[in-house]
Write a protein that binds this ligand. Structure first.
Ligand code: GDP
Ligand code: IMO
Ligand code: MG
Length: 426
């Protein structure tokens, strides 16, 4: 099993960081393949909490880390993250793709201005504008940092932006090309030894029989094609993105673990059919600590949506599930899951493409028995069988409804609070 992909199956923040850290035990290399520092992944181990935005989560276990070509990279954020990791006693063994696109200061400005009218509720990290420039062929890549013509290339990229910002009514002046170039040159010296053709690097490791874990960011419902467009991010968050975002062919990516939170959360705008009323949302938010790692925004919370999950499993290429936050859901008075929608008097079992239609969806719920507190000692000693019977019934219900096995159940943020039913690496 040399290549294993981890994707978020909902609107992000499913606990990918925790699951990647857990599964990194069996990995030699962990690679990020899309997104940028809009991601916020949390790893809890030995009583310490680590927050990562750009370096892959396997770094906490000392695994070799790769930032693939599909990522958009903010060098300042990377530099700060490296300082934080070193302060925590971790020396990252990192490789960075020479083809990854850079997030530049004007991307952040444009993100803020565009979102004021678009109303997506982005993270304002410049992600959309950086991907737009990539598609528009006016982006700057890591390889450009080492060109003697860096200033010339930057100038060509920035010239078009000045006019755009004036047209948008932005009076904030862009820094001079020379100033931006000088900063980039300084930051590029920090990363120079790490930059390489990461596709070649990964192929070499796979050829040696090493295990490579592909770490997704965001979630399938935020995928630019298959998510709740336009309330999405700007990259391919599905398993296919792991191939295009690393240069590793799909034949290596036969197993895909979808991380599924036991309930639904969302940050930012867009439809969310099973959203809780404010009082229940607040209770779950507090129990589950549902506040964004990147922006600190409170997450919207709701019941598990199996219509959306079946969609995510199909388009995301998910072959098995890691269920997280079972402990949080168990403390509620009732557990409900949406199994279909009614929209305009018609029953829907699949996710409509039009966000306006989805916004009108009335979920049809099935109610399941809640579970009492999880006996952590017993579960640690005896495994899956020691989980409450009602939680095991919830697991079976999801498996039956999605025709997908649940390999892992997570019942707390720490690495140790995890039960493996079947090892995804096996
Ligand atoms: P990611 O973006 O998918 O990596 O998820 P985040 O790190 O943004 O958010 C997940 C949050 O839930 C973090 O605070 C995790 O420490 C926490 N977490 C992960 N798994 C569990 C779990 O099973 N139970 C509880 N209570 N917290 C969890
Ligand atoms: P992780 O990897 C949750 C959301 C934003 C916004 C939309 C577009 O931690 O799961 P963007 O800045 O990407 O253009 O914003 O996507 N979003 C996330 N929500 N978790 C994330 O990452 C997210 N990354 C982006 O809130 O609605
Ligand atoms: Mg997150």
């Amino acid at each position: 099993m040399p290549g294993l992909v981890i994707v978020g199956a909902q609107w992000g923040d499913e606990g990918k960081g925790k699951i990647v850290d857990f599964l990194s035990e069996g990995a030699d290399v962990v690679v990020r393949f899309q997104g940028g520092n809009n991601a916020g992944h949390t790893i809890v181990h030995d009583g310490k909490e680590h927050f990562l935005h750009i370096v892959p989560s396997g770094v906490i276990r000392g695994r070799t880390s790769v930032i693939g070509n599909g990522v958009v990279l903010d060098l300042e954020v990377l530099s700060e993250e490296m300082i934080r990791l070193r302060a925590a006693g971790i020396e990252p063994d990192l490789r960075i793709s020479d083809r990854a696109h850079l997030i530049l200061p004007y991307h952040r400005i444009i993100d803020g201005v565009v979102d004021r009218s678009a109303g997506i509720g982005t993270t304002k990290r410049g992600i959309g504008p950086a991907y737009a420039d990539k598609a528009y062929r006016v982006g700057l890549r890591v390889a450009d940092l080492f060109s003697p013509d860096l200033e010339g290339r930057l100038e060509r990229c920035m010239r078009a932006k000045e006019a755009l910002l004036v047209g948008m009514g932005v009076d904030e002046l862009l820094p001079a090309v020379g100033e931006v170039a000088a900063k980039l040159r300084r930051l590029s010296r920090e990363i120079a030894p790490m930059v390489c053709d990461t596709s070649e690097f990964l192929e070499g490791r796979l050829r040696q029989g090493q295990n490579v874990l592909f770490e997704g960011a965001q979630g399938v419902l935020l995928d630019t094609d298959f998510g709740t467009y336009p309330f999405v991010t700007s990259s391919s968050t599905c398993a296919g993105g792991a191939s295009t975002g690393t240069g590793v062919p799909p034949r290596h990516l036969t197993r895909v673990v979808g991380v599924v939170k036991a309930y639904q959360t969302r940050v930012g705008e867009g439809p969310m059919p099973t959203e809780f009323p404010p009082d229940i949302a607040e209770a779950v938010r507090v129990k589950g600590g549902e506040y964004g790692v990147t922006t600190g925004r409170p997450r919207r919370c709701g019941d598990l949506d199996l219509v959306a999950l079946r969609h995510s499993i199909r388009v995301g290429g998910i072959t098995s599930i890691a269920l997280t936050k079972a402990d949080v859901l168990g403390e509620l008075d009732a557990v409900k899951v949406a199994t279909s929608y009614v929209i305009g008097g018609k029953r829907w079992t699949s996710l409509p493409a039009d966000a306006g239609v989805l916004a009108r969806a009335k979920p049809v719920y099935e109610e399941l028995a809640p579970w009492s507190d999880i006996d952590r000692k017993a579960v640690a000693a005896e495994g899956y069988g020691a989980l409450p019977a009602e939680l095991r019934a919830y697991v079976s219900f999801i498996e039956r409804s999605t025709d997908t096995p649940i390999d892992i159940v997570s019942y707390g943020p720490a690495r140790s609070e995890t039960v493996v039913v079947r090892d995804p690496w096996s």
